[in-house]
Design a protein around this ligand. Structure first.
Ligand code: ATP
Ligand code: MG
Length: 219
């Protein structure tokens, strides 16, 4: 599903990723742990095609056998919308839209009809315990509620591959457990692949495989 070799990233002089190699199979749930600043979010953004690896080194990134590095920005955006879902560390909902509208957006971009998108969005919001919050805007929601809206948004297009950065960081322990169980349920039902950055020991250990990042490398 994902095959990455020798991924590097610099922020001016700062060498943040120092040659990451990674192989993730379809249907796998992989957790990535490591100290703050180790490069986890940076790596997730590159694997998720939101950012590009340094071109100074010979690197490669294949997702679903597609050579990501060779794609134009436009083709890449389409690929991302159809195959990849994100749950961000900071949820990045659009403040002027309601919860329901935020969840529907990726479906609208994919040209799903409004009734179909809203039906699926409501199913997801219901499942995540937000039936009473469809029409609230992010500013009217708690942090944990916003996080769950972001989860629903990530899942609406049924992406094969989901990247999550601290998905349960803002949740109470019961909501966190529900969310973790949802990931495993989706994997078992639909064979979705998850790459999850987390400081939550329990979640990290539930994964099929736990990768540890230290100073820009997977050890
Ligand atoms: N846009 C940027 N410009 C400059 N430096 C950056 C930028 N983004 C990240 N960095 C630096 O890169 C390093 C890795 O950051 P990253 O966000 O990947 O860490 P992380 O492992 O996700 O940490 P955390 O657990 O705190 O989220 C940090 O030292 C950070 O300061
Ligand atoms: Mg981070």
């Amino acid at each position: 599903m994902i095959k990455a070799t020798n991924i590097h990233k610099y922020y001016s002089d700062l060498h943040v990723l120092k040659g990451v190699d990674l192989n993730i199979q379809k249907g796998e749930i992989v957790s990535i742990v490591g100290a703050s600043g180790a490069g986890k979010t940076t790596l997730l953004h590159i694997l998720g095609t939101l950012d590009r690896a340094s071109s100074k080194e010979q690197s490669s990134l294949h997702i679903n056998n597609v050579d990501i590095i060779s794609l134009s920005d436009k083709t890449l955006a389409k690929f991302r919308n159809e195959h990849i879902g994100f749950i961000f560390q900071f949820h990045q909902l659009l403040p002027e839209f309601t919860a329901l509208e935020n969840v529907c957006l990726p479906a609208f971009i994919k040209n799903t009809s409004k009734p179909d998108a809203e039906k699926r969005a409501k199913e997801l919001l219901d499942f995540l315990g937000l039936s009473h919050r469809y029409h609230h805007k992010p500013g009217e929601l708690s942090g944990g509620e916003q996080q769950r809206v972001a989860v629903a948004r990530a899942l609406i297009n049924n992406p094969e591959l989901i990247f999550a950065d601290e998905p349960s960081g803002n949740l109470d322990s019961e909501s966190a457990e529900n969310l973790h169980n949802l990931f495993f349920k989706l994997r078992d039902e639909f064979g979705q692949t998850f790459v999850i950055v987390t400081h939550n020991e329990e979640l990290a250990n539930m994964a099929d495989r736990k990768l540890v990042m230290v100073d820009g490398k997977i050890v």
